[in-house]
Design a protein around this ligand. Sequence first.
Ligand code: IVH
Length: 705
Amino acid sequence: MNKNPLDMTMAEARSELKRLAKVIAAANSSYHTADAPEISDAEYDRLRRLNSEIEAAFPDLKRADSPSDNVGAEVAEAFSKVKHDVRMLSLGNAFEDTEVDDFVGRVRSYLGHVGPLAFTAEPKIDGLSLSLRYENGELVQAATRGDGETGENVTHSARTISNIPHHLDNAPDLLEVRGEVYMRHDDFAALNERQIEKGEKTFANPRNAAAGSLRQLDANITRSRPLAFFAYAWGALSEPLATTQLAAVNRLRSLGFQTNDLTKLCASAQELITHYKSIEEQRSTLGYDIDGVVYKVDDLELQRRLGFRSTTPRWAIAHKFPAELAWTRLRGIDIQVGRTGALSPVARLDPVTVGGVVVSNATLHNEDYIQGRGNKGEEIRDGKDFRVGDWVQVYRAGDVIPKLADVNLAERPDDAAPYEFPTICPECQSPAIRDDGDAVRRCSGGLICPAQAIEKLKHFVSRGCFDIDGLGNKQVEAFFGDPELPVKEPADIFTLQVRDADNGLKRLKNRDGWGDKSTQKLFAAIDEKRNIPLNRLIFSLGIRHVGEAAANLLARHFSSYDKFIIAMDEATDRDSNAYQDLIAIDGVGEVFANSLVTAFSATSERASIDRLTQHLNIQDVVQADTGNSAVAGKIVVFTGTLEQMSRAEAKAQAEAAGAKVSGSVSKKTDILVAGPGAGSKATKAAALGITVIDEAAWLALIAEE
Ligand code: IVH
């Protein structure tokens, strides 16, 4: 049949590439237009592989319409959602050397590890993460990180990146390679020059340029943008790559990926910091942007044991480079009202470049900060306050919102007056109150405050919450003020379609920015989210102190909305069992519990929640893969010293097996795991007739299927 590409002449290769381009394009279009594709999937894959092999042997002959760059099917799928088999996580940050010591200390104490412990240290590339999926050695899909669980399909773009292999030899059958797409400084400068020549917009920095180039529908444009890829991690795998981080990355390199040469194995916090300093010194000569150094536990078995906290691994951390600074003029102070009513002062500045990014707004935190006082009332900046007209220093660390750090009093205009923090809400004129011990002044208007209502809605539709396609901040703002089809609270989103159909006035599809298709799509996206997991619902309500991790905790604890809401009603009485139960959940404190219970007992807020839940089908929490576990659903308390593992690891392991870990013994406790030195909890458990076991028995129990 086909000749081995390595035995082909130039002429043969050229004509074979031409034939393949045609056959594969025909197969792509028949795949799309007809129900029955003309060739089998296996044959299709073989043709594509042959095409890649010839291109590898004769790189100069690669055609402009090469099938390896883009496929009809892929472009049609461009930006469609891709659910990651293995979540794509972010990293916790460290800024100070002491935080690196803390990280190493935390790893050791979690593992109860005293012997030698190795870490890798490597540059943190300032680009965008990408996951490349290879099946049987062929690149089949590329996806962005998105919210970590679901990203966007960018296969068509990824194929144009020259150092991403389309084909791998001797790779696991299934291999997801993860890494960073970035743009080199020289390529970035040249791209901006070309953009200027063409009269098109320039990019602010290499990272934005890389992002804009990857999210391109037209693969020809992406190809003209000089992107590159560093591999540093992996997702789903059919077999392990190696037993250590370093060996796994080396394996990726031998498969043909670019990996970072500055990766080094270190044996202590001190060695990590030394390598960090060395990378920092080389930073300006690397030719690409980095914003820190990433440390990872080298042993992959230890990585597995360490596992994750809600969105970040326990086994890795990013040690960021120090913030960048610049001086400029403070032109004004505006107050923004957030979703929980917090009044946040924002500095309006003469635009200034800080570390390559133009900054014209910065946070001023709260009224004490403006006056030169810290959170505990202590003096900061030698007590100097900020005044409109001041010459101020802007500070920016990585992605963190820029803040005002300092002021030069010698440059203060004579007429600059101390700033008076408002005591009424600038949005709804309700009193803005500062509770004892709270650094923040809050609008007391609740849902009558339009700013709070709108911010709550924005939170509600955001990623991690209801995440409704086609309903972002812009649309929320437009609907909020819409006289005919207003959306003032979450429930209104779910009545939009019915109200639109009833509406004798102008239909949504006939409005500016909307059409038949986009309206249908919006209604479909809303309908899709009528089914919502309990944890997402709780997080979406935007209750103060109830973040994503807390919502997960509550959902796991109560498992169904019915049980949750009954508990909330009962817990209004602080002496009730329900309230005691709530604060006994490991990880729930009084502040959190009070905020939660208050939200559910405040009549207008509660009514708004009840109006919303009528439209929803709230899914119970399914305990993942723990159905068979002997401890699934059981409430467990640990006390005394554990000898095999730390308390933190024991807790994570118990939760992974479907148990709930509580901090105190009550009638509801199922098992007390008591190590040496157990005291009052063991006595109480015995009195209540609760099963008390030792650590060995516990380990045997969770090992049972
Ligand atoms: S490891 C489970 N290594 O930083 C952790 N990430 O702030 C997987 N990044 O989303 C990430 N360089 O996009 C890792 N050498 C490196 C990195 C790196 C850049 C990015 C990555 C991640 C983000 C977290």
